[in-house]
Design a protein. Structure first.
Length: 235
């Protein structure tokens, strides 16, 4: 569904990605793990059109998307949940969700998506009229994912969904990610510092170190890999 080939991204004269290649099969959960500054967020931002690559290709459903503006990429069915959630703090929960549906013209479809989000995250239904900035960190993360789902994506990118959350909420968020993948057949690219959790729920993974892919394979074999264990799993 997504194919990246020899992608290079720079910030001024500083290289952030050095010719990375990766692929994500339709219906799968693929995780990208690595330490801070490895280039994980840069990868997602480049796929979603927020950054322009210096070189390389990004193919989505067989068509090139590198360099397209972000709203065009959303139209094609890719949605991005950014690191730090980036909710609209002064709007209500419902208004935030409606912002996610800005490309949808049919109000029946909007209501259907709203029902799906509220069924996935019942806490958001309870907080529907609450100002989003007053939500807890976990609720804000649910809202950020819910807002991304409102555009009816086929491909969802999640950047550090467990960051700063209590262990119980981390468990809930990861359970919901698996549910969304199973129930909707939604393809997911997950960037996550909690490598153990990410490899538990994903089908395959890539290890990104200083802008280069150093390892990739199915998640079970990556969890057993001594290098991954020592660097990312505390083993």
């Amino acid at each position: 569904m997504l194919q990246i080939k020899n992608l290079e991204v720079t910030y001024g004269a500083i290289g952030a990605l050095h010719g990375i290649s990766l692929s994500v099969a339709a219906g799968s959960i693929v995780t990208l793990i690595g330490s801070n500054g490895a280039g994980k967020t840069t990868t997602l931002k480049t796929i979603s059109g927020l950054l322009k690559p210096k070189a390389g290709a990004i193919g989505y459903e067989g068509k090139p998307i590198a360099g397209l503006p972000p709203h065009e990429i959303v139209k094609r069915g890719l949605s991005h949940v950014p690191e730090g959630r980036m909710i609209f703090a002064n709007l209500t929960v419902r208004e935030n969700l409606e912002m996610g549906a800005y490309l949808l013209r049919d109000q029946k479809i909007v209501r259907h998506e709203l029902d799906f989000v509220f069924a996935t995250f019942p806490r958001l239904k309870e907080r529907e009229k609450q100002i989003a900035g007053t939500l807890s960190g976990g609720e804000q993360q649910m809202l950020a994912i819910g807002r991304a789902l409102m555009s009816r994506p086929k491909f969802l990118m999640l950047d550090e969904p467990s960051l700063g959350l209590a262990p119980l909420l981390v468990k809930t968020i990861f359970e919901r990610i698996v549910e969304i993948n199973r129930e909707r057949g939604l393809t997911i690219l997950l960037v996550e510092q909690n490598a153990n959790r990410a490899l538990e729920i994903s089908h395959s993974g890539y290890v990104l170190e200083t802008g280069k892919i150093t390892l990739h394979g199915d998640s079970a074999s990556l969890r057993q890999n001594p290098r991954v264990q020592s660097a990312y799993l505390g083993g």
